[in-house]
Design a protein around this ligand. Sequence first.
Ligand code: G3H
Ligand code: 13P
Ligand code: ZN
Length: 307
Amino acid sequence: MLINGNDILAKAHNEGYAVGAFNINNLEMAQAIFQAANETNSPIIIQASEGAIKYAGAKMLYRIVKTLSEEYPHIPVALHLDHGTTVGSCVKAIRAGFTSVMIDASHHSFEENKDMTKTVVDIAHSVNVGVEAELGRLMGIEDNIVVDEMDAVLVNPNEAEEFVKYTKVDYLAPAIGTSHGAFKFKGEPKLDFDRLAEVKRRCNIPLVLHGASAIPEYVRERFEGTGGDLKGSKGVPFDFLKESIKGGINKINTDTDLRIMFMAEIRAVANKNLSEFDIRKFLNPAKDAVKKLIIERMEILGSVGKV
Ligand code: G3H
Ligand code: 13P
Ligand code: ZN
């Protein structure tokens, strides 16, 4: 059933697990996510970026998710706008039927971020839609970075407390050292778990980890084994995902892993049979591989059986 993202995340916050928030651009990714949720009885958040909306259309993505949610009525699902950059972008998603939106004003000043977020919260709450906001910048922590520099980049727990009180935002993404994409850490992976715990203690709401793709060895090997190049790629280790959930993370954003897995399988079919042109022969194995990856991730997040 398509429901407010806050209902899904409030339960995860109360019970201490995380729900996977998986990005889609098309039908096949949405099918893979729903199939994984169905096999594991897991709640899910399906999210679309502004880029995804430009590609497929907000209403189309809504209709895909709404239709699948009717096929799997026992699965709690929220359709979430990922990294909405303006109030208008959030309103457009809400009008299209999204049940959760992120206003990402983290590149603006703290005061502007507060005001933009509050505006979105006031609109979204009047129509039963949950809201996510972000504090700090998504950037990897370098081994030799000094405390002052870290403070300038990562979430400030004092600000987080003030921000949540003022805006009444439902869930918050605190920057603790992750970044988007396949190249997250130059040296050893490092996240600021102490800062995370402090934000959770002060805010006591569901928290969100962006840039949470893990790039497991077998995924990278499959991509490279089929002719791809991911030299130097590094994701968030599974142990770090578990540690972050202990520290209060309840929504784990994953896009890059799904894209890498999907494209590796497409290339595998293309390499094997140069005369193949039935697109279903490419898309079915890609969907299956993504579904398996998501099931593995749901087990790590602890969302299995939480419907
Ligand atoms: O936050 C980033 C997500 O991976 C979405 O990426 O803007 O390329 O759709 P995108
Ligand atoms: P990844 O690039 O690590 O998959 O992060 C996705 C994300 O944070 C979407 O908002
Ligand atoms: Zn993100």
